[in-house]
Structure formats: C-alpha cells, structure tokens
Write a protein that binds this ligand. Structure first.
Ligand SMILES: *[C@@H]1O[C@H](CO)[C@@H](O)[C@H](O)[C@H]1NC(C)=O
Ligand SMILES: *[C@@H]1O[C@H](CO)[C@@H](O)[C@H](O)[C@H]1NC(C)=O
Ligand SMILES: *[C@@H]1O[C@H](CO)[C@@H](O)[C@H](O)[C@H]1NC(C)=O
Ligand SMILES: *[C@@H]1O[C@H](CO)[C@@H](O)[C@H](O)[C@H]1NC(C)=O
Ligand SMILES: *[C@@H]1O[C@H](CO)[C@@H](O)[C@H](O)[C@H]1NC(C)=O
Ligand SMILES: *[C@H]1O[C@@H](CO)[C@H](O)[C@@H](O)[C@@H]1NC(C)=O
Length: 586
C-alpha cells in the first residue's frame, strides 16, 4: 500500500540527471536563505515538486519516503501489534516547508507501509505549522499525540490529537479536539521558543507530567507541566532542568533506564534499580547530548550524575549526523528504541535536483552500560532478517601501512561486523589532555591519512577500486598519563570526487580499557549515502552522510586498513549484503 504519489520521472536517463547536477554545482547558486526559528528556510524552493528523482544514492534499507524532505521522527509507538512512525514531512518539495505529520506503519520496524499524513495544519491552533511531538498510550489502551502547533500570531502551542477510530488497526485518522491548545506559552515563556512536547509519564502519582523544550535568552530549559485528565495542564513551579549558555533545547526526551540488564522500562516506571536519561537537541550547534541522573518524582526535580558534563561537551548518542531523536518503550519486546534523523550534507540545490532529502537512522535498542556512566546502542535485532549473502575473514594480520579488500559481496548496502586485536600499545602516540573535550577536532587533525602509532586502523567503506574515494571508519589509540585513550573517527574527506561538498570528520572517545581487553569491535551499516558505525559493541556511535561519485552500487568496495606502526589482527570479520525491505512504496 503506497501513498498514491505520482510515479513519473523515475527512469530519467542518467545523462539528464548528471547534466542537472553539473549545472547546479557549476553555478553554485546561493538562493536567499533566511534563518527563522530553528529552520533555515529556502522560500523559493519549498514547493518545487520533484521533477527528477535521482535514486543512485538513495538508501536501500533506511527509513525514507519515496521523495521529498523529511526531518524529525515524531510520536513513535507500538499499539495493538503495529509500530507507528510519524515524521516531519514536506509533501511538496525536498527542502523544509509545508510541514505535516507523515505516517507509516510496520510490524517489524524494518518493512514500512506509508499512509496518508496524520496531522496537517487546519485549525487556528496549528494553521501555521504542525511541528514535532510525541505519543503516549493512555490507560485503557488509548493513544494520544502531543504536538506543537503554530498559530496565526506565530506562537508555539502544545496540542493533543486522538485516533478517530480505535478499531482501525493502522489508526489512519487523527482528530484534534476543539479545546486545543492544551498548553499555551504563559508568562515568562518565550512563545517563539516553546516546542516539542515529550511522551507523558505518570510515575507513582495521579498526575501526568511532560516537558516542553524552551530557552530564555541563552539558557536552555525543559519546562515541566502536570495534568490529572490530559486536558488541563499546569506549569510546575520550576523547570525539570535547565542549563545556562546552551541555547534552545529542542526535542527533549526523558525516560528511565534499568541499572542492570538490557530490558527497557515504560516511561512511567519509577522506583529503585533505575536511572533517568534527559536528552536535548541543541539548536545552536545542531547536535544532541544527554545526561544520566536521578529523578525525584514528588519534588519535580532531575539531578544529573557527576560522571559526565551537563553541557555540549557531555555524552552524545551519536557523534555524527543525528538529531531530533526520540525514544519509545516497546512493550512487545520489553525494550526502549531510539529513532533519530540524519539530514543530507549536500547543498539545497542538489537536494532539489535529486528530489529527496533526509532519512531516519536505523532504530537502535538502548540500555544502560554496566559502568552506569553511559548508554549502549545497538541496531534493532530485526535488521538481521535482511542479511543476505555474506563473507567471513578470520585471523588476518594487518601490519602497519597495509590494507586488504573484503571481496565477494556488494558492499554498497551492507552490514559489517569486525573484531580487532590490538598489540604494541607501547607505540601509542602521547595524548595531550587539552584534547579531552574535543574528539572531533582531534580527528580532524589526525585523519586516516596521518600515520600513527596504534592506529588509525579500521574500515574503508564506500571505496572505489583503487581507493581514491573512500570513507574511513577507524580507531586510534593514545597513551595518556595513567591510561590509554581510544578515539573513534569517521573521516569522509575523501568520500567523493565532487567539489565543494561538506565533508565533516566526526569523532568520539570510547570508554574501554584497551590495555586490559586487548581488542575492540566495530560494526558499520553501509547504505549508499549513509554510514552508521557502532564502536565497542555500541559504546560510541557515529553517523555520516556521504556522496560517492565512483563507489556507487556494485562499484563500492570495502577494505580493512591499518595506518599505524603497530600491527593489528582481524580476529573475525563478517560482512553481509542487506536486502531491500518494503519501504513506503518506493
Ligand atoms: C502542496 O500540495 C498540495 C497538493 O499535493 C496542495 O494542495 C497544496 O496547496 C500545496 N502547498 C503548497 C504550499 O504549495
Ligand atoms: C525568544 O525566541 C526567539 C526565537 O528564537 C529569539 O529571537 C528571542 O531572542 C528569544 N527571546 C528570549 C528572551 O529568549
Ligand atoms: C560524584 O558523586 C558521588 C555521589 O553520587 C560522589 O561520591 C563523588 O565523590 C562525586 N564525584 C565528584 C568528582 O564530584
Ligand atoms: C553485485 O551486484 C551485481 C549486479 O547486481 C551482480 O552482477 C554481481 O554478481 C554482484 N556481486 C557479488 C559479489 O555479489
Ligand atoms: C596512510 O598514510 C599514508 C601517508 O600519509 C597515506 O598516503 C595513505 O593514503 C594512508 N592510508 C589511508 C587508508 O588513508
Ligand atoms: C545538516 O546539514 C549540515 C550541512 O548543511 C549542517 O551543517 C547541519 O547543521 C545540519 N544538521 C541539522 C541537525 O540540521
């Protein structure tokens, strides 16, 4: 079942596509870009229908509609046997604009069916926009959506919507009660910076609670509200949490995690044996960070642990291209699942030319690390149902300066798991303590082509046959005063022959004692124009969007490399081709 979108222009000859691209790049036209609220608006492009859809670099198994712009995942939930994903979508073009809540359903989080948009601007309380929000399944098994509506005065308001017909297994139609908005920006709240309500929780009390992201000057805030009936909402005396100099907090997310084990907890769970997570998306920097901490339900207070910083230098789900994320509790498999948006990193004009922009990262199961200091993330197990042909490499030494190709599969749409054994730690480069708060800058200086002591070693993905094009995914190990420091890095600086492309290096540290373990694992999900990597069994994650010019389709190659002076050994590498699931009728 598709959305019945027009399906012309899918077989446009490459020569036309290439010509369109060439014209667009060659002229490098900068159209009038206006920054408004959190979005860069390209008014002249918002309703340019996709006349050409260029599928060469479209993802094969990531969540995407057949065409047009997408951003934040909204209201993910499981209800009566069906997973729902809503998302911010422009039905009329491939830059941000005309936003509606698009809607897809799935029974396995892998194969998706597109339905008609669930929420569109139609009432005074949302006529100028239906922005991000969350779902809550109320007692009596009744789902509710909370979303931000933009009114005629451009104020940001919080509204509710309910399914029209609970007996429709897909919950296709949603109604917005006339008593909306249920939360309007009151005194002391910036009506232009008040959005993205969380899933509500109840805890042991009788009140529902939720937070809305906001700021006052440069102070980021998670403003807390309370309600007995889900209709009348009252602001708590203090925000749940606030941090100075962090700017607007978009898409806050607040939920409990079990101290032991991988089992997820319902958002309303409260008691011993758990910590809470508060995640915010920093509009100023366009990335997210989270803290772990203790939630005091009766005092309406959240106190972060002191094990990581409570600002932009703190922990991140993903040290790459990953934003506006949201989790939900999956009661079917008793797990918490994380969705996040990965935008394009090419130019707007190119997005218009290719007819699509934005993907959702592969959903990740999330749980607390046994150290209690950070979360662990791992692609949902259902993804493995798409694994096809595979190859295995075992016990292979890669000496300094060498590489080898992993042959026998098409690696443009693949899942690679590898375990490295590390030796010669005495050769590790010295770690300058000033690098501790900026892994990304360190990776930018010490890229894959900068020789090291222990590492850089890892994978070269979406590589051309002779490696002039490649995205490097690697580790590099340093020796600090009392311990070793492991850096994980994505280096896409050679990922494309295209000029003037934004190719940021991304990096995070990995909290492992490498001298003790002597080994480290890496998993990379490769999908034409995206690479999602999970270091050390999901301790550090990085997502990059890349746009190869040569390493496309069956011309994409996969290598293992080591550019350090110490040898490393691949104890085991498995690489699978990933089949294409049903993806929204594309
Ligand atoms: C978007 O397209 C729909 C039809 O698909 C049309 O009704 C609507 O007016 C368009 N909106 C804009 C802003 O162009
Ligand atoms: C309110 O938000 C708008 C939009 O981000 C911003 O321009 C303005 O400075 C904010 N005012 C305060 C007091 O935070
Ligand atoms: C962090 O908090 C714990 C108690 O939760 C305390 O024992 C420890 O000393 C604190 N560490 C620092 C560096 O403040
Ligand atoms: C890769 O895909 C091409 C075209 O689909 C096919 O001909 C080729 O056999 C595949 N190669 C491998 C190693 O699977
Ligand atoms: C390894 O380093 C050398 C020297 O800097 C460089 O020429 C080569 O491209 C590097 N290898 C990789 C895989 O980046
Ligand atoms: C994704 O696109 C890149 C390149 O245009 C920007 O630099 C990022 O800020 C943007 N990320 C988000 C979350 O909007």
């Amino acid at each position: 079942m598709g959305m019945g979108r027009p399906s012309g222009a899918w077989s446009t000859p490459w020569s036309v596509v290439v010509l369109v691209h060439w014209l667009l790049w060659a002229t490098e036209r900068r159209r009038g870009a206006v920054v408004e609220a959190s979005h860069v608006e390209f008014a002249s492009l918002q309703s340019v229908p996709a006349s050409v859809v260029d599928n060469r670099l479209r993802t094969g198994y990531h969540f995407q509609p057949p065409r047009n712009w997408i951003n934040d995942p909204n209201g993910p939930m499981y209800f009566n046997g069906v997973y729902h994903l809503f998302y911010q979508y422009n039905p009329n073009g491939s830059v941000w604009g005309n936003i509606v809540w698009a809607h897809s359903v799935s029974t396995d989080l892998v194969n998706w069916i597109a339905l008609d948009p669930a929420i569109r601007p139609s009432k005074p309380f949302d006529i100028n926009g239906c922005w991000s929000g969350s779902a809550t399944v109320l007692p009596g098994n009744r789902p509710a959506i909370f979303y931000t509506g933009i009114d005629p005065q451009q104020r940001q308001l919080q509204n509710v919507a309910y399914p029209k017909d609970l007996s429709d297994p897909y919950l296709r139609e949603w109604v917005k009660p006339d008593y909306n908005p249920v939360i309007a920006p009151g005194d002391g709240i910036n009506a232009s910076a008040f959005r993205d309500p969380t899933t509500a929780w109840r805890g042991p009390g009788t009140h529902w609670k939720l937070v809305v992201g906001s700021k006052w000057n440069r102070r980021g805030k998670a403003i807390l509200y309370r309600s007995r009936d889900f209709v009348h909402w009252v602001k708590a005396k203090h925000p749940l949490h606030t941090v100075k100099d962090t700017g607007m907090w978009e898409c806050p997310d607040f939920y409990p995690v079990a101290v032991k084990g991988r089992r997820g907890l319902d958002t309303s769970a409260y008691g011993d044996g758990m910590k809470h997570v508060l995640k915010v998306s920093l509009d100023l920097r366009r990335y997210e960070y989270y803290t772990l901490g203790k939630y005091y339900h009766y005092q309406d207070k959240y106190v972060p642990d002191n094990t990581s910083a409570d600002d932009h230098t703190g922990l991140r789900y993903d040290y790459g291209n990953f934003y506006a994320s949201k989790t939900f509790f999956d009661p079917k498999k008793q797990r918490r699942i994380l969705w996040g948006w990965a935008n394009e990193s090419d130019a707007k004009d190119v997005d218009v030319a290719k007819g699509w922009a934005g993907i959702q990262a592969i959903p990740r199961t999330i749980w607390l690390d046994s150290s209690g200091r950070q979360l662990i993330q791992w692609p949902i197990e259902e993804l493995e149902s798409l694994r096809g042909k595979h190859v295995v490499v075992e016990h292979k030494k890669v000496s300094g300066g060498n590489s080898f190709e992993v042959e026998g599969i098409n690696s443009s749409q693949a899942d690679v798991e590898v375990a490295f054994e590390v030796s010669g730690l005495e050769k590790a480069e010295a770690f300058d303590p000033s690098w501790a708060t900026d892994a990304e800058a360190l990776c930018g200086r010490k890229r894959a082509d900068v020789k090291g002591g222990v590492g850089p070693f890892g994978l070269l993905v979406l590589a051309s046959a002779n490696m002039e094009e490649k995205t490097a995914v690697f580790f590099r190990i340093f020796k600090a005063e009392h311990k070793h420091v492991v850096l994980m890095c994505h280096d896409p600086t050679r990922s494309s022959m295209r000029p003037n492309l934004y190719r940021p290096t991304f990096a995070g540290y990995v909290d492992v004692d490498i001298a003790k373990t002597g080994k480290i694992s890496l998993r990379s999900l490769i999908d034409h124009s995206v690479v999602e990597s999970f270091g050390a069994d999901g301790k550090t994650c990085i997502t990059s969007r890349v746009y190869p010019s040569l390493a496309i389709g069956k011309d994409a190659h996969l290598f293992v490399f080591n550019n350090g002076s110490a040898d490393v050994k691949v104890s085991e590498l498995k690489a699978w081709e990933i089949r294409r699931p049903l993806m929204n009728g594309a």
